[in-house]
Design a protein around this ligand. Structure first.
Ligand SMILES: NC(=O)c1ccc[n+]([C@@H]2O[C@H](COP(=O)([O-])OP(=O)(O)OC[C@H]3O[C@@H](n4cnc5c(N)ncnc54)[C@H](O)[C@@H]3O)[C@@H](O)[C@H]2O)c1
Length: 266
């Protein structure tokens, strides 16, 4: 951790930035000129992400935060605002799943945990950060990482998919509520992206890391759903986030953009 944000740089807060899409997004926003607050429950990974950003010459600070706790999220947001002075870009990326839970495997603790991490506390984070954006007249930009599973629930991850649909719905409502303050809110819906989020399924199936996503990619190619015949890369999601946060997307709000190799059309 080094330094304080330069006044001229934008400040981006990325949750779940220790790994996968969050790390790629934090790195991309830094390359595009932002200082970055890196929040994650995985503090070692968050430190690595911050070190990568610092090595590229920008300011980055790490915040240990369990998104399942509203108190932890509020404390993290307060610390980021105190350290950086403001937040211009919030990327609600941290997420967790219930891969391969059958109907009868789903109990209240699983339901509550997934909804807390994927929907409830990302909402309270937006509430806290947008209040500050409004006070400081920041023309802020919020990007929620949803999923193509939020557009079509294929039944493989019942609770996860419904939580991502809720995230898309929240994105639309927040876009409406925050538009009068010049704050844009959009979502990115990744398809099959090769990241560690698949590793729990690898373990469950007794497979090597990365094998499950390749298996799902292969079956999606065979069923003609996946038009670009490979898994996506975290950097391809980061590019869409960077676009939504740029002036080039100045007329876009309330959208949920698929980045999925053609897996989903709607
Ligand atoms: N990889 C895909 O195929 C895919 C597809 C659609 C959507 N997504 C979404 O993209 C986002 C990023 O996932 P990813 O694929 O990069 O996976 P990942 O596992 O590499 O990254 C998820 C990050 O979230 C963090 N996290 C998990 N629980 C947390 C908690 N309680 N508090 C704080 N941080 C927590 C993890 O530590 C990790 O750094 C998630 O919201 C995920 O649902 C991923």
């Amino acid at each position: 951790m080094t330094g304080h944000a330069e006044r001229s740089a934008k400040v981006a807060l990325v949750t779940g930035a220790a790994s996968g899409i969050g790390r790629a997004t934090a790195g991309r926003l830094a390359r595009d000129g932002s200082d970055v607050a890196v929040a994650d429950i995985n503090t070692d990974g968050a430190r690595e992400t911050a070190a990568m950003i610092q090595a590229a010459g920008r300011t980055a600070r790490c915040y240990a935060c369990d998104m399942s706790s509203r108190e932890a999220v509020t404390a993290m947001a307060d610390a980021v605002l105190s350290d950086f002075g403001r937040v211009d870009v919030l990327v609600n990326n941290a997420g967790t799943g219930d891969s391969n839970s059958g109907l009868d495997d789903i109990d209240e603790p699983l339901w509550d945990r997934i909804y807390a991490i994927n929907v409830r506390n990302p909402f309270f984070l937006v509430q806290r950060i947008s209040r500050d954006m409004i006070e400081k007249k920041t023309a802020g930009c919020i990007v929620n990482i949803a999923s193509t599973e939020g557009k079509t629930n294929r039944g493989g991850s019942l609770v996860y998919s419904s939580s991502k649909a809720a995230m898309i719905s929240l994105t639309q409502g927040l876009a409406m509520q925050l538009a009068p303050y010049g704050i844009r809110v959009n979502a990115v819906c990744p398809g099959l992206i090769d990241t560690p989020i698949w590793h729990r399924s690898d373990k469950n199936f007794g497979m090597e890391p990365g094998e499950t996503v390749q298996m799902v990619v292969q079956s999606s190619i065979e069923s003609l759903q996946l038009k670009i015949p490979r898994a996506g890369k975290p950097e391809e999601i980061a590019a869409a986030v960077a676009f939504l946060c740029s002036a080039d997307a100045s007329y876009m709000t309330g959208q949920a953009i698929n980045v999925c190799g053609g897996l989903e059309y709607h």
